[in-house]
Design a protein around this ligand. Structure first.
Ligand SMILES: [Zn+2]
Length: 175
């Protein structure tokens, strides 16, 4: 047994002597693997874990379509002009062609949890709404595709907005 082990060790030594670069290859492979694992596992507790908001109960279901959005260009219909230089500009919706201040609502407030985009003809600006599963929101924004009994509730990340999905809920204005 010892002999066999010595033979293996001798073989390894011989190979390394002949090809010292193998050590570097092995080190590089190990490093690459560590990087891949770190990326896959989210670099160890960087981003907080997202917990999906549970689906509505029968009681909470209603006739207002509630979708989620964040401040990103995909959600808010803006794009940076001219090869990514220059200010972001709306590409569609009621503000098309105008400058977009990212993260700022149509009312000029900073978008945060509780910011709601609605059709002002249905829910006027400033209306406080009780939204099951989301909490209390205030209408401060509009959206290109937000018409009638459809509101959009703000989330801090695109992933959270996506997790919320589309829900038909009993949305109650608070007076
Ligand atoms: Zn988004």
């Amino acid at each position: 047994m010892d002999k066999a082990r010595n033979n293996i060790a001798a073989t390894v030594r011989r190979v390394l002597r002949k090809r010292p670069r193998l050590v570097w290859y092995a080190a590089a492979c190990g490093f690459a693997l560590a990087v891949v694992l770190a990326v896959v596992r989210g670099c160890g507790g960087g981003a907080p874990k997202l917990t999906a908001i549970p689906p509505p109960t029968e009681e909470e279901k209603g006739d207002v379509l509630v979708t989620g959005y964040c401040s990103c260009g995909e959600c808010c219909g803006w794009r940076r002009s001219w090869l990514g230089l220059g200010p972001p500009v709306y590409t569609y919706g009621p503000m098309k062609g105008r400058r977009k201040k990212v993260g700022v609502t149509a009312r000029g407030t900073v978008a945060k949890h509780g910011t709601v985009a609605a059709d002002p003809k249905v829910f006027p600006f400033g209306t406080r709404l009780k939204i099951p599963g989301y909490g209390t929101g205030v209408v401060e924004d509009v959206g290109g595709a937000i018409n009638g009994r459809h509101i959009d509730v703000w989330f801090p990340s695109h992933e959270e907005a996506r997790l919320w999905g589309r829900r038909s809920l009993k949305v109650v204005p608070l007076h």
